[in-house]
Write a protein that binds this ligand. Sequence first.
Ligand code: GTP
Ligand code: MG
Length: 238
Amino acid sequence: SVSFSTDDREEVALAELSLDDAQKAERGIALASSVVAYKDLMMTYSCAAKIVRTKFEILDEEFRMRRLRNPIHSIDTRLKSTASIMDKLRAKGLEPTEENIIEHVRDVAGVRVVCSYVDDIYMLAEAVGRLSGIEVLETKDYISHPKPSGYRSLHLVLDVPVSFSDYEQKVKVEVQIRTIAMDFWASLEHQLQYKRGLADEDGLVAELARCASDIARTDESMMEIRRRIEAEADMDGL
Ligand code: GTP
Ligand code: MG
């Protein structure tokens, strides 16, 4: 109902020839209303991403008041493109309907939370899960269980209610929480994959995985250093 391939378009055009004007008008209205419904749904996802962003910003504020530092370095949001949504439904053998998007595509709305330290990631994930109204549908810990590529991040799928003047809709939002260092690695690795579609010709895949574990060690060290500084500050009665 949402995007036509060129072939579909031709078929529709041919079909239109045998329709009388009333039927054409009806079809036009049906198409227009499904386009409106799709745009509405995407707007709902965009609002859900904004809500989740705000929840994390509030947690950041709260933590800054209590602990005198910001756990969050930056937050980004994105909406999945229509083409990618359609690809995902097709790959799952599902019809392109709003119901199937809502039910089966968990990453239409994406929020990426970049933290300073590894322990902040888990602190924020637990805190967001305790917020009223928000439900955690899924947690994937690619920090304790990195992907073969070396990819590290904590992924959550949240179910978020979005309230409008006359109705409320719950939609899923994918959250990726990672450190600045993990984000640096994931961004560059993604660019490299995109450029080359890495088949492991020159051992580059293994080299990238090695970089990821070096980075993970550095993340651990930075967190240890922060903890020692905090412990000294506590002893100084700060
Ligand atoms: P998708 O169909 O890609 O959404 O897979 P999935 O549903 O199994 O989700 P998964 O937990 O694998 O995470 C999906 C998202 O995590 C991707 O869209 C990327 O943003 C990120 N990601 C996962 N693996 C990698 C990786 O090896 N490298 C990079 N750079 N990002 C990754
Ligand atoms: Mg995805």
